[in-house]
Design a protein around this ligand. Structure first.
Ligand code: HEC
Length: 102
């Protein structure tokens, strides 16, 4: 009985810990301009931290489909988004929306 309780506690803590350590695969590319935590280090580059996940998914798809043009660096975000799968977009949007804006 004691072992079962201990095992379940370990499984539960592993499940809680997982999302904290799993950084999106493509995060390093975005981090150069938007910061690892979505707080952009570059003036004029938008902060993504804390923005609504659905909003971020929508913007990345709009860049990908060319329905939104990059107004700051021509074509940059369009090319960035074209390199992302639906799963990447979902993962990156979840990551940035979960960060605290500074
Ligand atoms: C070379 C710099 C650069 C890189 C790399 C880059 N971005 Fe961007 N991103 C920008 C700039 C500049 C804008 C603003 C474009 C505009 O307003 O037209 C932007 C806009 C965005 C927006 C829209 C934000 C808003 O508030 O509407 C999202 C979402 C975004 N980027 C996500 C990403 C993701 C995800 C990655 C990585 C796959 C990435 N960016 C890589 C520079 C970059």
């Amino acid at each position: 009985m004691k072992n079962i309780v201990l095992t379940s506690a370990l499984i539960a803590s592993a499940m809680i810990a997982a999302p904290t350590f799993a950084a999106p695969a493509k995060l390093a590319v975005c981090a150069a301009c938007h910061g690892q935590d979505g707080n952009s280090p570059i003036p004029g580059y938008p902060t993504l931290a804390g923005k609504d996940k659905a909003y971020l998914v929508e913007q990345l798809n709009a860049f990908k489909n060319d329905t939104r043009a990059d107004a700051v660096i021509p074509n940059n975000m369009n090319n960035q988004a074209k390199a992302l799968s639906d799963a990447d977009i979902d993962e990156l949007s979840a990551h940035f929306s979960a960060q605290a804006p500074k």
